[in-house]
Design a protein around this ligand. Structure first.
Ligand code: MF3
Ligand code: CO
Ligand code: CO
Length: 261
C-alpha cells in the first residue's frame, strides 16, 4: 500500500465527514457533566450519528471494538470503552469520534474537564492541545512527516511530559487507518516521506504527565499509563494543501490555533 493522494471529489467527501465528526463533539458537549456515564455518552453519539447524520460510527465493530465512540478518562490514554463508569468532579476525559459518510472517514477528539479540575490536570490538557497544533503547523508541502513528531516531542519534553510511542496518527480516507503513520515523536528508524498536497492524515498526540509507558487492559482495548499518571490527547484530521494545511475537523479555518512559541 502507498500513501493515497486524494482527488478533488474525495477531498469534498472528506470535508463532509470531518465536519460531521466535529458536529458530534459539539452535540455531546452539554451532556459531558458530573454523573453521566460514558455508556450514556456513547448512546447519545451513536443515535445522533445514525439517525440525524445518517452516517456510520466507524469504531463500532472495527476490529471487534464493541462501542461507537472511545472515552478515555484520567490515566486512560486512548481507546477507552464506554460503559457504566460515571464521570466525577475533577475528571478529564477524551472523547474520540470517527464517522463514515459517503464512504469517507472523519476523525477528531478532544478533552473535556469535569467541574473543578486540578491545576496539574489543566496544564496537561493545555500542553497536549498545544502539541497537536504545533504538529499541525509543521504540515506543508516540502516538509517531512517526521517534522511533525519532532516538534510535538520537543514541546512535550520542554514541559516535562512524555509522548506515547505505541500509537500514532494515520492516513485516513476510504479507510479508518491507512498510510502514512504519523509519529508524535522522532525516530531515525521510522519510514519518512515528504509531505505532499492531497494527503489526508490525523495528528493525535497522547501526552503523559509521567512516564511514557502504557499497557492495555484485559478488555483488550483500553490503553492506560503504566504508572497511572494522567494522560491527555487531542486529534484533528488534516488535508495538505498547496500552501500548507486545512483542518477538516474544524468548521471554520478562522479557528486555527497559533501556539505562541
Ligand atoms: N479513533 C481512534 C483513532 O484516532 C481509533 C479508535 S479504534 C477503535 O485512530 F476501534 F477503538 F475505535
Ligand atoms: Co485517529
Ligand atoms: Co480518533
Amino acid at each position: 500500500m502507498e500513501i493515497s493522494i486524494k482527488t478533488q471529489e474525495e477531498i469534498e467527501k472528506m470535508r463532509v465527514a470531518g465536519r460531521l465528526a466535529t458536529d458530534v463533539l459539539n452535540m455531546i458537549k452539554p451532556y459531558v457533566k458530573v454523573g453521566v456515564t460514558t455508556g450514556e455518552l456513547n448512546n447519545l453519539c451513536h443515535d445522533y450519528i445514525v439517525n440525524v447524520q445518517q452516517a456510520i460510527p466507524a469504531p463500532l465493530n472495527y476490529k471487534n471494538f464493541p462501542k461507537s465512540i472511545c472515552t478515555s478518562v484520567n490515566y486512560q490514554v486512548c481507546h477507552g470503552v464506554p460503559g457504566k463508569k460515571k464521570l466525577k468532579e475533577g475528571d478529564i476525559v477524551n472523547i474520540d469520534i470517527t464517522v463514515i459518510k459517503d464512504g469517507y472517514h472523519g476523525d477528531t477528539s478532544q478533552m473535556f474537564m469535569l467541574g473543578k479540575t486540578s491545576i496539574r490536570a489543566e496544564r496537561l490538557v493545555k500542553t497536549a492541545y498545544e502539541c497537536l497544533w504545533i504538529g499541525i503547523h509543521q504540515v506543508k508541502p516540502g516538509n517531512y512527516l517526521s517534522d511533525i513528531g519532532k516538534a510535538i516531542q520537543k514541546h512535550a519534553r520542554s514541559n516535562k511530559y512524555s509522548v506515547v510511542e505505541e500509537y500514532c496518527g494515520h492516513g485516513i480516507g476510504k479507510n479508518f487507518h491507512e498510510l502514512p503513520q504519523i509519529l508524535h515523536y522522532y525516530s531515525p528508524k521510522a519510514k519518512d516521506a515528504v509531505i505532499e498536497p492531497g494527503m489526508t492524515f490525523t495528528i493525535e498526540p497522547m501526552i503523559n504527565a509521567g512516564k511514557r509507558g502504557i499497557k492495555v487492559l484485559p478488555d483488550k482495548w483500553t490503553v492506560v499509563t503504566k504508572d497511572h499518571n494522567l494522560s491527555a490527547q487531542w486529534e484533528h484530521t488534516i488535508l495538505v494543501t498547496e500552501t500548507g494545511f486545512e483542518v477538516l475537523t474544524l468548521h471554520d479555518q478562522n479557528d486555527i490555533f497559533y501556539p505562541d512559541n
